[in-house]
Design a protein around this ligand. Structure first.
Ligand code: ADP
Ligand code: ASP
Ligand code: MG
Length: 450
């Protein structure tokens, strides 16, 4: 990488850049051509460019709907083959559009690009990246386009998908495997904001965020980056630049805290803040999640071993549980209630598994609630600032919103509310922590938010 200095801007050239374009950036033929121009410009500026592309627009959802019309429970292997088709369409079209601009480009499926995964269809984990063909393509001076969200498992030689939002993970894994200078995630907003700009128009763009904070935001539902992509970036130290494909503005840089001032190609570096009075903010953002449900096991005998047995059954059903609350048992009955949250998709199977052990465990009944929402407040500054919970609960009280469950980590507080009050809760909390900007509304350039 070669750098030239221009004022407080570092203009970098001759970098190896992995660019990922999300579905809303390639929603139709016109957008594919627009993105192709951007890629051709990056290449002509002297960079080596590898591109990861998602399925066009809402294609993945449409393919899922189509499968549902055939059968409610499609075989996972076939569903994966179906879903990988979405990214294959966009990779070929994008390669055609780039070639049309006089820049040589070649497309590759995940398998051809050497993305090796485990055999868990629908949410496979990348175990290795062997990008020989991508390297060859770069060495020939060509642009490599890779279908995101997919790989191949060496256990059965079948294609797999990485779970929703998985193209982010493909991009970061390739950036790590190739030793890229930066992984650019191009999307339909200007970067990572203090809340989803679709809900909070006064959300503020964050210039830099640490892997640690981004992990908590992503795990709490801020889908701008897939959780596994952030885990991968942290493990391999890949600098991730989240930015808009609809504007030239610099976006959000995600790095380790200690790398916060290391120059990264394409990121405008402002001089480090000298004024000690300006501290790092306590809160980095408010995330929300509507994709969880709550199961309550009612009238559980309050004796040692019951919780262990219940959660053995839940684990056996393959559910990834999130929050757990056990109430104090009523003295008169010795019975308690245990509630926990889990992804919507894990609900039916878990309910069926628990119903199967009702007589054995001796609980009274089961309740299922898919109308919950989760709000999470994230910030490394929470560690050293008391009163954050009080302010959060106060904001919800003032907005008339009831809290149903609470959980915390070192740098996060999450609460469960009714799903239909979640948006109001997010706006109230965002405002109460002084995160609202007065610099104009956040721009959402495209996408359906689906
Ligand atoms: P892509 O198709 O480019 O992968 P996604 O829809 O997966 O895009 O992610 C971008 C969307 O993430 C934005 O349009 C925005 O609605 C949503 N989002 C949620 N939380 C945040 C946040 N904190 N900052 C920015 N965007 C967010
Ligand atoms: N197309 C896949 C999805 O919609 C993967 C991605 O966009 O990252 O989840
Ligand atoms: Mg995405």
């Amino acid at each position: 990488m070669r750098e030239t200095e221009a004022g407080d801007r570092l203009v970098a050239s001759m970098a190896l850049v992995v660019q990922k374009y999300g579905g809303s950036s390639v929603a139709d033929a016109h957008s594919v051509k627009r993105v192709a121009k951007r890629i051709a410009e990056a290449k002509r500026a002297g960079n080596d460019v590898v591109v990861v592309v998602s399925a066009m627009g809402d294609t993945t959802d449409e393919l899922l709907d189509l499968a549902q019309q055939i059968t409610p429970l499609p075989p996972q292997r076939e569903l994966d083959i179906l879903l990988t088709a979405g990214e294959r369409i966009s990779m070929a079209l994008l390669a055609m559009a780039i070639n049309n601009l006089g820049v040589k480009a070649k497309s590759f499926t995940g398998q051809q690009a050497g993305v090796i995964t485990d055999a868990v269809h629908g949410r496979a984990r990348i175990v290795d990246v062997v990008p020989h063909r991508i390297r060859e393509t770069i060495e020939k001076g060509q642009v490599a386009i890779v279908a995101g969200f997919q790989g191949v498992t060496t256990e059965t030689n079948d294609v797999t998908t990485l779970g929703r939002g998985g193209s982010d993970t493909t991009a970061v894994a390739l950036a790590a495997g190739l030793g890229a200078d930066v992984c650019e995630i191009y999307t339909d907003v200007d970067g990572v904001f203090t809340a989803d700009p679709r809900i909070v128009p006064a959300a503020r763009k964050i210039d830099r965020v640490t892997y640690e904070e981004m992990l908590e935001l992503a795990a709490s539902g801020a889908k701008v980056l897939a959780l596994r992509s952030v885990e991968y970036a942290r493990r391999y130290g890949v600098p991730v630049h989240v930015r808009s494909s609809f504007s030239a503005a610099s976006g959000t840089l995600v790095t380790a805290a200690e790398a916060a001032h290391t120059p990264v190609p394409g990121v405008i570096v402002t001089a480090p803040q000298e004024d000690a009075a300006v501290e790092a903010p306590i809160i980095s953002g408010v995330a929300h999640d509507r994709s969880e449900s709550k199961i309550t096991v009612v009238g559980v005998p309050d004796v040692p071993g019951t919780a262990a047995r219940i959660f053995e059954v839940v684990a056996g059903a393959g559910a990834n549980i999130d929050m757990i609350v056990q109430n104090v048992s009523a003295a008169a009955t010795g019975l308690t209630d245990i509630s926990f949250t889990l992804p919507d998709g894990d609900g039916p199977g878990t309910m069926a598994a628990l119903a199967g052990v009702q007589a054995e465990i001796g609980f009274a009944s089961l309740q299922y609630d898919d109308q919950i929402g989760k709000l999470s407040l994230v910030g490394a500054g929470m560690r050293s600032h008391p009163g954050v919970s009080a302010r959060l609960f106060g904001a919800l009280r003032d907005a008339g919103i009831n809290i149903e469950m609470i959980s915390t980590s070192e740098i996060r507080i999450s609460v469960v509310t009714r799903e239909d009050s979640l948006d109001d809760a997010v706006r109230a909390v965002h405002s109460a922590f002084g995160l609202d900007t007065t610099d104009g509304e956040a721009v959402v350039y495209a996408g359906t938010g689906r």
